[in-house]
Design a protein around this ligand. Structure first.
Ligand code: ATP
Ligand code: MG
Length: 424
C-alpha cells in the first residue's frame, strides 16, 4: 500500500515554496531592521515547559499537545508554540546578563492535535517575534508596529488590528469572578467544554466557536471595565504610542487569546478574507510567563503569525515561481558534452540552467524547455560550436540571435536583469 502523509501534516511543494521564501525573507529584513535577531530552538521540549508556561487549563495543554514518553522515560512534547521555548533559552543561556533586553525572532513548525480543516493543521508554521525584558508600553507599540509593517510589506490588505487589555494578576481575578457570576445562570446554554471552562478558566469561553456560547456571552461584562489603575495607564499608553506611530486599531474587549500567560496587552490582526479561521496573527504581553518556567521575573511581549494563513492571503503565485533562466539544448553529436560543460559553468555563476539528460532529439528538448517555462534556450549546433558560437532563442518573443559562447554568462545576466524583478 502506498504510504501517505499523516492527516493535518502538509507538504509544501516547489510550486508554492516561492511564497514561503518571500515571506521568510521579508520577515528577516523587516525584523532585523527593527533590531531583532534570529534564534533557533528545538522542536522537542520537556512537557512541563508548556504545561507550566502555557497553563494547564488551556485548550493547547488540555487537548492539543503531541506528548509522548521517550525511551528514557521522559515526557516530551512537540512544541505547540515558540514563546515558552524562547523564554527558556533566554533564561538558560543567561542572555539577560549581557543586556536585559532581548529582541528575538524565529520561524518553524508547531504541532497541535486539532481537527484539520482549511487554515487549521496539525503541523503548521509560525513566525514569532518577542521582546524580553521591557515592561514599558513602548515595547508593546513597537512590536505591533513591526508586525503591521511586515504584513503590509508582504502585500496584505483588508486587515484589522484589534487590541484589548486582559489586566494582570492583581485585577483579573476580580473580573473572572464577575464573569462567573454573570454566566452562572446561563450555564445550561453553554456547550460541555464551556461548562467545564466556567470553573477552570471562564475567559476561554470568549474563544468558543459554538453559537449558543457566543450568544450567552455576548452581553458579558468587559474586562477593560475591571482592570486596575496600573493596567489602565499601561493600556492608555499603548493606545497613545500606536496613535503616534500612525496605526489605527479597533478595541475588542472580547478578544482574550488562547494562552494563559497573557497579561495586559493582547492583540490580533484579522483578515476579512479568511472566514472563520480569520486570525492571521496574534500576540500580547506575558509578564508572568518567566515566573512560571524559571526563577526570574522578566516581562515579555510578542506575536506569532500563522504562515499558512498568511500565504493563503497573498496574491497569485506566478511571480514567486522560479523558472529556468535558460535551457541548454544539444543537437546531437559532440554537442551533448558541451551542453554539460556549459550548464556547469552557468550553474557556478548562479544562472538557473536546465539541460537534457537523456539524449533526446532537439525537438523534444525544445518541448521540455517550453513546458519548464525556460526564458531562453541556448541551441548548440555543431557548426556554430566550431566557431565558438551558439544560437540563443528568446522563448517569449521567439526571436533568435547568434552569440559568442565566451560571453554567455554576461549576456544572460544582462538579459535576465533587463526583464526586471530578477536578482542574481
Ligand atoms: P485560533 O483562534 O485560530 O485557534 P490561536 O489563538 O490558537 O488561533 P495562536 O496560538 O495565537 O493561535 O497562534 C498564532 C497564529 O498561528 C494564529 O493566528 C494562526 O494564524 C496560526 N495558527 C494557530 N493554530 C493553527 C493551526 N492549527 N493551523 C494553522 N495555523 C494555526
Ligand atoms: Mg487555537
Amino acid at each position: 500500500m502506498e504510504i501517505k502523509a499523516i492527516r493535518g501534516f502538509n507538504d509544501v511543494l516547489p510550486a508554492e515554496i516561492g511564497k514561503w521564501q518571500f515571506v521568510e525573507k521579508t520577515a528577516r529584513e523587516v525584523f532585523e531592521g527593527f533590531g531583532f535577531s534570529e534564534i533557533r530552538i528545538p522542536i522537542l521540549e520537556r512537557t512541563e515547559l508548556f504545561s507550566r508556561g502555557i497553563g494547564e487549563a488551556t485548550d493547547i495543554v488540555e487537548k492539543e499537545m503531541y506528548t509522548f514518553t521517550d525511551r528514557s522515560g521522559t515526557s516530551l512534547t512537540l512544541r505547540p508554540e515558540a514563546t515558552a521555548s524562547m523564554a527558556r533559552a533566554y533564561l538558560e543561556h543567561k542572555m539577560y546578563s549581557f543586556d536585559p533586553v532581548a529582541k528575538l525572532y524565529c520561524f518553524g513548525p508547531m504541532f497541535r492535535h486539532e481537527r484539520p480543516q482549511k487554515g487549521r493543521y496539525r503541523q503548521f508554521y509560525q513566525i514569532d517575534a518577542e521582546i524580553f525584558g521591557v515592561a514599558n508600553p513602548i515595547a508593546d507599540a513597537e512590536v505591533i508596529l513591526m508586525l503591521i509593517h511586515f504584513l503590509k510589506r508582504v502585500g496584505l490588505e483588508n486587515l484589522e488590528l484589534e487590541i484589548n487589555s486582559l489586566g494582570c494578576r492583581e485585577c483579573r481575578p476580580r473580573y473572572r469572578e464577575e464573569l462567573k457570576r454573570f454566566l452562572a445562570d446561563r450555564a445550561f446554554h453553554l456547550c460541555q467544554d464551556c461548562q467545564r471552562r466556567l470553573q477552570s478558566n471562564p475567559l476561554r469561553i470568549f474563544d468558543c466557536k459554538v453559537e449558543a456560547c457566543k450568544e450567552a456571552i455576548s452581553e458579558a461584562p468587559k474586562v477593560t471595565d475591571f482592570i486596575c489603575p496600573e493596567c489602565q495607564v499601561h493600556f492608555d499608553r499603548v493606545k497613545e504610542y500606536l496613535g503616534m506611530a500612525g496605526l489605527s486599531y479597533l478595541l475588542n474587549p472580547r478578544m482574550v487569546r488562547g494562552l494563559d500567560y497573557y497579561t495586559r496587552t493582547a492583540f490580533e490582526v484579522v483578515s476579512y478574507q479568511l472566514g472563520s479561521q480569520n486570525a492571521v496573527t496574534g500576540g500580547g504581553r506575558y509578564d508572568n510567563l518567566f515566573q512560571e518556567i524559571g526563577e526570574l521575573d522578566i516581562p515579555g511581549i510578542g506575536f506569532a503569525i500563522g504562515i499558512e494563513r498568511l500565504i493563503s492571503l497573498l496574491p497569485g503565485e506566478k511571480e514567486f515561481v522560479k523558472y529556468p533562466h535558460v535551457f541548454v539544448a544539444a543537437s546531437g553529436g559532440g554537442t551533448q558534452k558541451r551542453a554539460y560543460e556549459l550548464a556547469n559553468q552557468l550553474h557556478l555563476d548562479g544562472i538557473r540552467a536546465e539541460a537534457d539528460y537523456e539524449g533526446k532529439s532537439l525537438k523534444s528538448q525544445m518541448r521540455r524547455a517550453d513546458k519548464l517555462k525556460a526564458r531562453y534556450v541556448l541551441i548548440l549546433g555543431e557548426e556554430e560550436l566550431n566557431r565558438g558560437r551558439a544560437v540563443l532563442r528568446n522563448m517569449g518573443d521567439k526571436s533568435q540571435e547568434e552569440i559568442p559562447l565566451q560571453d554567455i554568462v554576461d549576456i544572460l545576466k544582462d538579459k535576465v536583469k533587463q526583464r526586471g524583478k530578477e536578482t542574481f
